[in-house]
Design a protein around this ligand. Structure first.
Ligand code: ADP
Length: 490
């Protein structure tokens, strides 16, 4: 037996390469594989969405007609299995819930029955473990969609043999998404009525799934240290800061890793030219291609090219960008933006691009190739986020020598070291106040540094040598599992 010979059941509402809406899918796809490499027996569970069927991965049915009680009914479901890099993934098939085009809703809003869909996911874990005869040491849940599982484990499944020694870990990837539902549906959870209260699942007269994960899990984590501190404050707590403070003793932050097999400028097949810290010629070629792709004025080739790849959401600081745009466009620089999201930002950015032809390029699209090209071809990467649990793009940017200009919040603080021009240290530029003035001043400071070529080259080298591969983060999770199990059995 190795020291890490224990079982982990990981439950996530999305994971690459099966179904993705955001950064959680990258984490849920990569973390279990990194944990397996450290000797753990990890299995991943998620719903069998339509997107999973479309993923092209081979699915094999491994169990039929499992049942769970739901309201006045007994629901049956089948279980499918797929293997990816040696990781076993289970998919729960109940088509009326999951065989839909999107994961959680359409652009018109969330699916009306999300409570039922994710109560189903939570309740299915008991029959699944019984059928597979899998007694997990750790159940690791992600985000509100799987947050009821720690509640069921303590409140309903305590006597089950499968869970006699099980400890639960709950990871918050974004506190703003909590799974809020009308209290009239509480009976569908099949939990004692007393649990709908201020010290339980109630949140301002609604049911709050995320709160269940925070209160009932044996350990709670977030995706950066800084964010784990911030969410205990009123500014970032989304109304749950008090609840999080009560769990401060078991709340930690573990920064996400990234997959350098996919995000690596020296091997990236999506780029017109590869490059590395010792040979940056390819970066110039990528800049040319990127400028042409966005129709930027080639006469501005020596001016710094700023890039953004982002969901177009309030969280990401587009209000600050809109406020500084006239002044920014008066500077000697160019800017390219790739994103999709809120219609108000689609309209705003499209209008701005028309106003500043040759200087500002905007593409309203979700396009992986262009995302890679921006990471590789831009000189700086803008992330003026109001909050940022971890953020992946700044980590990719570092590897591509594209210097982040970012707000000092959440994972941006944990992953970017401020530049000191005198010592030629640091990897990026950070501003603290969430104001247009602070953002503009930070960009201007970066542009000034850009003019000093030896300094800029050193900053690029510093950035490109950073290592945020999964190995370190996976080890931190293993340590946490050990501590949590020890606490549970002590
Ligand atoms: P969040 O999860 O809050 O959206 P992250 O920075 O953690 O932000 O992760 C976003 C991921 O989605 C990154 O891998 C980024 O490259 C990708 N992404 C976001 N918008 C787009 C887009 N329009 N086209 C391609 N990739 C995108």
């Amino acid at each position: 037996m190795t020291q890490n010979a224990f079982n982990v059941l990981m439950i996530s509402p999305e994971a690459v390469p099966f179904a993705k809406t955001g950064g959680l899918a990258d984490v849920a796809g990569a973390l279990p594989i990194a944990l397996k490499k450290l000797g753990l027996d990890v299995r991943l569970v998620m719903p069998l969405y339509n997107m999973v069927r479309q993923s092209g991965m081979e699915l094999t049915k491994v169990a039929s007609d499992l049942t769970l009680p739901f309201d006045f009914f007994t629901l049956t479901f089948d279980v499918y299995q797929a293997e990816v890099d040696g990781l076993t993934c289970y998919f729960l098939e109940r088509d009326e819930f999951f065989d839909r085009r999107q994961l959680y809703g359409t652009p018109k809003g969330d699916y009306f029955d999300n409570l039922e869909r994710f109560v189903f996911l939570a309740k299915a874990i008991l029959p699944l473990c019984q059928k597979l005869e899998f007694a997990p040491d750790i159940i690791h849940c992600h985000d509100w969609q799987s947050a009821l599982i720690p509640v069921y484990l303590r409140e309903k499944w305590g006597q089950e043999e499968s869970f006699a020694k099980t400890a639960t870990v709950f990871t918050i990837h974004n506190l703003a998404y909590q799974g809020l539902f009308p209290k009239e549906k509480f009976h569908l959870l099949d939990l004692p009525a007393a649990l709908f209260g201020i010290n339980g699942l109630e949140f301002y007269d609604q049911i709050n799934f995320l709160k269940g994960g925070i209160l009932w899990a044996d350990a709670v984590t977030t995706v950066s240290r800084q964010y784990s501190r911030e969410i205990q404050t009123k500014e970032f707590g989304c109304g749950l800061e008090g609840v999080l403070q009560t769990r401060a003793d078991v709340l930690t932050g573990i920064v996400n890793g990234v997959d350098y097999n996919i995000w690596n400028p020296s091997t990236d097949p999506l780029l017109p030219a590869t490059f590395n810290p010792d040979d940056l010629k390819g970066k110039v070629k990528n800049k040319q291609t990127l400028m042409a792709e966005y129709g930027l004025d080639p006469a501005l080739k020596d001016a710094p090219l700023l890039g953004m790849v982002s969901r177009l959401a309030d969280q990401k600081g587009f209000d600050l960008l809109a406020a500084i745009l006239p002044k920014l466009m008066a500077e000697n620089l160019t800017l390219v933006i790739l994103g999709t999201g809120d219609k108000k930002y689609h309209d705003l950015l499209t209008a701005a691009a028309a106003q500043y032809p040759g200087r500002l390029g905007v593409k309203i699209a979700f396009d992986n190739r262009i995302a890679h090209l921006i990471e590789a071809g831009a000189d700086m990467f803008l992330m003026p986020s109001a909050y940022e649990p971890c953020g992946l793009n700044q980590i990719y940017s570092l590897k591509y020598g594209t210097i982040p200009v970012a707000r000092a919040t959440g994972g941006l603080v944990d992953t970017i070291t401020p530049v000191d021009p005198k010592k030629k240290t640091g990897t990026g530029f950070l501003f603290t106040d969430y104001t247009a003035e602070a953002f503009l001043a930070c960009i201007q400071e970066a542009c000034q540094a850009y003019q000093n070529k030896p300094l800029w080259r050193q900053i690029m080298k510093n950035a490109m040598s950073q290592d945020f591969s999964w190995d370190a983060s996976a080890k931190a999770y293993v340590d946490l599992y050990h501590q949590t199990l020890a606490r549970r059995t002590s």
